[in-house]
Design a protein around this ligand. Structure first.
Ligand SMILES: Cc1cc2nc3c(=O)[nH]c(=O)nc-3n(C[C@H](O)[C@H](O)[C@H](O)COP(=O)(O)OP(=O)(O)OC[C@H]3O[C@@H](n4cnc5c(N)ncnc54)[C@H](O)[C@@H]3O)c2cc1C
Length: 354
């Protein structure tokens, strides 16, 4: 009989796992307190990259994850991902060169660009940097859209969604508690983003999470002004297919370790827009939406994926879900149904926090 699996959380991680599990024949139910992508996945920058990493293992995971995104497009159909490459001048001089050498040594595709080359590749930039790095294999995806596509794909393979139903607790033996009663299955996969820690605490498991709030700005659609994902000293910036420019309001958002946001979001948005407009003068750019989000970041910054030690309960929580979702979906489905642990996930087991 098909294995019955309950997935708690209809963000991109739960959705990717649901897709690959149901495609492999499991009987999947996804339960969410709200609607799909109502957590971090609906408020993400969506950059898919391996140029940011915390350790060599983490680099390998992210590099493999880029390939997994292309595999996902074959398995699911169009994912909405764009692959324009990224141009970075967040660092300069020796620092930029050190990053280039380190990535080159690991075999990461990159090109050093002169100021003239940046100006040719990004003609609308007001003040191109004198040097930059081009990462040609990087991309971006609207995570809310991808989450819905993954859930639709899962549904085509028989998965069912239960929305607007908060999970109030977890019990050994794959039991999920709600105010309306208990859902029983053969296995539970907890993919509830920042809520994982609280749900695990209720069953005696400690999962430290870092408070990592962030603001994402979206502009009204404008005619195309940039061709790549741009990584400047102030912001990462991209323009989506509809013409909206999207940017975290802080610099270097993947390493931004602010624990609170104390300024009013519209004021922060005004300031970020002023910097954006200075980069692309002559364009009538106005912001449309600023969104406050909590990024799901386990205590050491790395993913937490694997068995929890509680019978039938598996965990998948991480930052960089835009980069990692496709791979996590593939690996978790193979581990859970195939039973053999995936070596590339070994550094990320939840037991390291025990
Ligand atoms: C501002 C920002 C910028 C980012 N930029 C990038 C980037 O450029 N590149 C990148 O790779 N990653 C980026 N990320 C990270 C990425 O968005 C996340 O890693 C990813 O969205 C996490 O997905 P998730 O499914 O684990 O969690 P979520 O999307 O948060 O989903 C969790 C789901 O669980 C549900 N839930 C919570 N509690 C319960 C409960 N008790 N019962 C039932 N359901 C519950 C929620 O409603 C939610 O739908 C960014 C994140 C943010 C916030």
């Amino acid at each position: 009989m098909a294995e019955r699996i309950t997935i708690v959380g209809a963000g991109v991680i739960g959705a990717a796992i649901a897709f690959y599990l149901s495609r492999a024949g499991a009987k999947v139910t996804v339960i969410d307190a709200a609607m799909p992508a109502s957590g971090a996945s609906g408020r993400s920058f969506g950059w898919i990259n391996a140029s940011f990493f915390i350790s060599p293992d983490h680099y390998r995971l992210r590099l493999t994850a880029i390939a997994a995104h292309h595999q996902l497009a074959e398995d699911l159909g169009p994912t909405g991902s764009q692959w324009p490459g990224a141009i970075s001048w967040e660092q300069k001089g020796d620092e930029l060169e050190a990053t280039a050498c380190q990535l080159e040594e690991m075999g990461y595709p990159l090109r050093r660009l002169t100021g003239a080359e940046v100006a040719r590749l990004e003609p609308a930039l007001s003040n191109p940097p004198q040097e930059a790095l081009l990462f040609p294999n990087e991309g971006a995806v609207d995570l809310a859209d991808l989450t819905v596509r993954l859930l639709e794909g899962a549904s085509r393979h028989g998965a069912q969604l239960c929305l607007g139903v908060p999970v109030t607790g977890l019990r050994p033996g794959a039991e999920v508690l709600t105010a309306q009663g208990t859902i029983k299955a053969d296995r539970v996969i907890l993919a509830a983003g920042t809520a994982c820690a609280g749900l695990l605490a209720g069953i005696g498991i400690s999962l430290p999470m870092l408070p990592r709030p962030a603001l994402i700005l979206r502009t009204r659609p404008v005619a195309p002004v940039m061709r790549h994902i741009l990584v400047t000293p102030d912001h990462e910036i991209r323009q989506d297919g509809a013409g909206r420019i999207i940017l975290p309001t802080s610099a270097n958002h993947q390493q931004d370790d602010s624990t609170e946001i104390t300024e009013l979001p519209p004021l922060v948005a005004d300031a970020a827009l002023a910097r954006l407009t200075a980069l692309f003068p002559g364009n009538d750019i106005a912001w449309e939406q600023v969104t406050l989000a909590q990024r799901p970041v386990p205590g050491d910054g790395l993913p937490a994926v694997g068995e929890t030690g509680v019978e039938g309960l598996y965990l998948a929580v991480m930052h960089s879900g835009a980069t990692l979702a496709a791979l996590i979906g593939q690996l978790v489905a193979a581990e859970v149904l195939g039973g053999s642990p995936s070596p590339i996930l070994e550094p990320y087991r939840p037991a390291r926090f025990a």
